[in-house]
Design a binder for this molecule. Structure first.
Ligand SMILES: *[C@@H]1O[C@H](CO)[C@@H](O)[C@H](O)[C@H]1NC(C)=O
Length: 259
C-alpha cells in the first residue's frame, strides 16, 4: 500500500513540476532565475564543452536562457567525440543541434586536436586547454565563460579536465576581466528526478545567495528533446531515458568560479 501512495505522490509532484516549468514558458516576463546579483549582463558568452551532445545533455536550460534574452552565445567544443570513430558525423550532428537551439553556426567551433581526443583514458593537458580557450576568448571578444564543474556532471574525465583548464586560464590570465561560471553537479537522486528537482534547485539558489549561484529553469524542455534527437548517432534508448529523467533537461544551477 505504501508504495502505491509513493508512486501517486511522485507522479503528482512530477506533473506539478512540469506545470511550473510550463508556467514559466507561458509567461516569459517572469523571472526564471533565482539567486543574487545580475547574471549575464555581459553579452558575449562562451560555452566550453568536451564532446558534441554535452550541450544538449546538460546545458539546454542555460542555452535557452541566453539565446532567448539576446545574448551572443558561442559554443566551443574541445573534441569531435571520436571515441567510436564517428567524429565526422558527430560534428555534423552538433551543427544540427545548434540550429535547433538557435546558436548561429559561425559561432560554433569544434576542435580536433591530436592531444585532445575523446576517451575515458585520455588525460587532457590543462595548460593546453587554457591556452586554446584564451585564444578563442580573445578572437571572439568573450567576457563570460560557462563550463562544467570539477566533477563534470557525469564524472567523465574529459569534462573534468575542461573545468581544470578553465581554472588554469583564470589563474594564468588573472589581469584580464574574464568571468567564469560552472554547472553544478548534483547527487544521483537529484540528477534523475526530472523536473521535480527544480524546487530544490530554486530553494538552494535562494539559500546560497552569498555564494553567487544562479538557477535557470528551462523554458523550452521540448527543444531539449528536439536538439538531442539531432545527435542521431547518440540517440539510443538509454539516452532518451536520460533526457526525460535528467534534471539537467529542466534546470541548471550555475556557480561563479573563484580563481
Ligand atoms: C601541456 O601543454 C603545454 C602548452 O601547450 C606544454 O608547454 C606542456 O609541455 C604540456 N605538458 C605536457 C605534460 O604535455
Amino acid at each position: 500500500m505504501a508504495w502505491v501512495l509513493l508512486i501517486i505522490a511522485v507522479t503528482v509532484l512530477w506533473v506539478a513540476s512540469l506545470c511550473k516549468v510550463f508556467h514559466v514558458y507561458y509567461s516569459p516576463s517572469k523571472a526564471i532565475y533565482f539567486g543574487n546579483g545580475e547574471i549575464l549582463q555581459k553579452k558575449n558568452v562562451l560555452l566550453v564543452i568536451a564532446h558534441p551532445d554535452d550541450e544538449c545533455m546538460f546545458f539546454t536550460p542555460t542555452i535557452n536562457y541566453l539565446t532567448s534574452r539576446g545574448h551572443n552565445l558561442h559554443i566551443f567544443c574541445m573534441s569531435t567525440g571520436n571515441a567510436d570513430g564517428m567524429g565526422d558525423s558527430r560534428k555534423y550532428e552538433l551543427h544540427n543541434a545548434c540550429a535547433v537551439l538557435k546558436v548561429p553556426l559561425q559561432q560554433v567551433k569544434i576542435l580536433d586536436h591530436p592531444d585532445l581526443q575523446d576517451g575515458f583514458g585520455k588525460v587532457w593537458n590543462h595548460t593546453l586547454l587554457a591556452k586554446i580557450t584564451e585564444e578563442e576568448i580573445t578572437s571572439c571578444g568573450i567576457d563570460l565563460v560557462i563550463t562544467f564543474d570539477s566533477y563534470g556532471v557525469s564524472g567523465h574525465c574529459n569534462h573534468r579536465d575542461v573545468h581544470f583548464g578553465i581554472r588554469k586560464l583564470l589563474l594564468d590570465f588573472r589581469q584580464r576581466e574574464i568571468e567564469a561560471w560552472e554547472l553544478v553537479t548534483t547527487n544521483i537522486l537529484r540528477k534523475y528526478s526530472g523536473p521535480i528537482d527544480i524546487w530544490l534547485s530554486m530553494l538552494l539558489a535562494i539559500l546560497h545567495q552569498s555564494e553567487e549561484v544562479h538557477c535557470l529553469l528551462n523554458e523550452h524542455p521540448f527543444k531539449s528533446f528536439r536538439s538531442m534527437a539531432q545527435h542521431s548517432s547518440q540517440w539510443v534508448w538509454f539516452r532518451k531515458l536520460f533526457v526525460s529523467f535528467s534534471s539537467y533537461t529542466y534546470v541548471n544551477t550555475l556557480r561563479k568560479i573563484k580563481a
